[in-house]
Design a protein. Structure first.
Length: 105
């Protein structure tokens, strides 16, 4: 019985760390590299990794070119053609820029 406990702990840890949450650092870095501020990138990455699938996040990671503002980034996401990704990105940009996002605190 004692051998089962470590296995259960590992399974619980993996369940707590969703694959999307593990992508947080990559998503944040990609946004900073695209020209967004550190604070907005952190806030948006938190929201986006909670709400988008790994496939959607991978599509967004492929965006090329410097974005000079949050709205430039949202426009680039529109070109991906994923309505849910656009909705999540646009709402995250608006909430994070305004300071209304809980993640911004």
């Amino acid at each position: 019985m004692k051998r089962v406990q470590p296995a259960i702990a590992v399974i619980a840890l993996l369940a707590a760390c969703s694959p999307s949450k593990l992508a947080y650092g990559q998503v944040k870095s990609a946004m900073v590299d695209a020209g967004l501020s550190e604070a907005n990138s952190a806030c948006m990455a938190e929201r986006m990794t909670d709400r988008l699938s790994l496939v959607q996040l991978q599509k967004l990671k492929q965006l090329k070119g410097e974005k000079k503002s949050l709205w430039d980034y949202v426009s680039a996401v529109r070109r991906v053609g994923d309505a849910e990704a656009v909705k999540v990105t646009a709402s995250s940009a608006a909430l994070c820029a305004s300071g209304f996002a809980a993640e911004k605190k």
